[in-house]
Design a protein around this ligand. Structure first.
Ligand code: ADP
Length: 437
């Protein structure tokens, strides 16, 4: 073969190969190009779908959007099922809480007593119910944020609120709407920041209380005159010692004396209840203590050992007549409820806060603990027979309590059955005065 033919053949072959390769490469290139687009489109679809699911989940995480029941499988479906379950639980819980809150609000609104929530720090009104609006003349929403002491004025209300006394009801406050309407105020410390203040209309209650007081005072007053007459006539009767009338007249005298004492005690109580303060003077305690000792000795008739101790070295500011009557009652009780040969000691001493304390201690019968909370109630007696026997009226301790409360003092009682009792009248520093002035 000639070389030129060989060359031509080789050239043709190469050209053919090149053409085949070119066609093949072009076809492959085209195919790969399309594949790349397809892959790109698929990736974009997957990313879009993931984004849509994520968007859906994020929307459902917002509590206002409710997720409907989820179908399907996979990670997203599991996540959505979990969110759906939590959402359902939370919705049920908050629905129950809202229901409870609504019920509490309705109950508080329907209460016949006024209820107010006030800020403990500055006494601003935070919330009040319908009855509070009526009783205190409040308006919603204008009165929200108002200071309570601007609504119900008065130094006693301010002091009471400042002291935060939750165990003491403030009685007989004039309503800002109507001066004849009387209110009672009670504080409830239900949270560290807020008070619940309960306002009650006690006009009717106070009126009834007044009617009761007037009735007792009038009856006692009406009984006083006939009793004086009976007493006078009985005193004039002097039957022969051997006459059958002698023991009868003696008993009639004792009983009429008891009735007179009862009437006097009832009148004293009525008088004390009708007052909110007493005339004051400086009471010389040294001479009062001498008088108390003399009275104790007179009742005891030498049957008891009586001692007086005076370490206070101060006098008291108050009503001499009423305080004398209160101390006398305690001394008389100590002697009457202590058997013969017992001890009665009267001590006047200072208290740690600069006040003073008059204590009457005896070694008598003592009082069982269960009677102590009620011992100062009218006619409350531990033993009726013992009280009658000893000439008691059952009103002595009530009188003591009233007298002390009119002096901002308090009665402290300690007692042990068979060992004796101590009744102490405690006064604040404002009631003491240096002796001799
Ligand atoms: P009374 O006139 O009956 O003594 P009070 O009001 O003075 O009435 O006292 C009430 C009751 O308290 C008495 O009936 C008595 O039972 C009891 N009591 C008072 N003081 C004493 C005391 N020192 N020791 C024991 N019991 C006392």
């Amino acid at each position: 073969m000639r070389r030129s033919l060989l060359l031509r053949l080789a050239w043709r072959q190469s050209l053919l190969r090149f053409l085949i390769f070119y066609v093949f490469a072009t076809a492959l290139g085209l195919w790969l190009h399309q594949l790349a687009w397809v892959l790109l489109a698929a990736t974009a679809l997957v990313a879009l779908r993931a984004y849509l699911r994520l968007y859906r989940v994020s929307r459902f995480l917002d509590w206002r959007q409710q997720l409907h029941t989820v179908h399907g499988q996979g990670m997203w479906a599991a996540l959505e099922t979990l969110i759906h379950r939590r959402q359902t639980e939370n919705r049920t819980r908050s629905r129950r809480l809202v229901g409870l809150l609504r019920a509490y609000r309705q109950a508080a609104t329907a209460m016949p007593d006024g209820a107010l929530i006030i800020n403990r720090r500055d006494n601003h009104l935070i919330w009040f119910n319908k009855s509070a609006r009526r009783l205190l003349g409040l308006n919603y929403p204008q009165s929200i944020g108002q200071v309570f002491t601007d609504v119900v004025a008065g130094a006693n209300v301010r002091d009471w609120l400042r002291s935060g006394q939750t165990d003491e009801t403030l009685m007989d406050i004039a309503s800002p709407v109507d001066q004849h309407q009387r209110l009672s105020l009670r504080l409830i410390a239900y949270s560290p920041e807020q008070w619940l203040l309960v306002v009650r209309d006690v006009t009717q209650l106070l009126r009834l209380e007044q009617v009761r007081r007037d009735f007792v005072a009038n009856v006692s007053h009406e009984l006083r005159t006939p009793l004086t007459v009976v007493h006078g006539y009985l005193d004039m009767m002097e039957p022969d010692e051997h006459s059958e009338w002698h023991p009868m007249i003696g008993e009639m005298r004792r009983q009429s004396q008891r009735m007179t004492q009862l009437v006097e005690d009832l009148l004293t109580l009525s008088r004390l209840e009708a007052q909110d303060h007493l005339p004051e003077e400086i009471i010389g305690m040294a001479s009062l203590l001498v008088t108390l000792r003399r009275e104790a000795e007179a009742i005891s008739q030498g049957r008891h050992q009586i001692s007086v101790e005076d370490t206070a070295q101060c006098d008291l500011l108050g009503s001499a007549k009423e305080l004398h009557s209160a101390f006398s009652n305690l001394v008389s009780n100590a002697v009457r409820y202590t058997p013969t040969d017992g001890r009665v000691s009267i001590r006047f001493e200072r208290t740690s806060d600069g006040g003073a304390r008059l204590a009457v201690q005896d070694s008598g019968y003592g009082i069982p603990a269960q009677h102590l909370p009620r011992i100062t109630e009218r006619f409350y007696r531990v033993s009726t027979s013992r009280s009658r026997e000893s000439g008691g009226t059952g009103l002595g301790l009530s009188i003591v309590k009233h007298v002390l409360s009119l002096h901002q003092g308090r009665l402290e009682i300690e007692s042990e059955v068979g060992r004796g009792s101590t009744f102490a009248c405690v006064f604040g520093p404002e009631r003491t005065r240096p002796r001799g002035y």
